[in-house]
Design a protein around this ligand. Sequence first.
Ligand code: SF4
Length: 69
Amino acid sequence: MANNNMRVVVDECCSGCRLCASICPDAFDMGDNEKAVPRHKTIPASLEVEYEIAAQCCPEKAIKIFCQV
Ligand code: SF4
């Protein structure tokens, strides 16, 4: 069952390095402005690990995962 409270955003610190889209292609795409774009606003339970890995690996710490209550 999906956890509907987990959200993800990429902030302005994204350098467009493409690492997240390379290692977690089900979670991130690259936008026209060369910034990463999450494929989901609400993280599906099946992809929670991928989003967490991407957030930990992002060299700019631009990926923010938070719980919205
Ligand atoms: S890994 Fe971080 S800096 Fe690189 S494209 Fe993804 S969000 Fe942007």
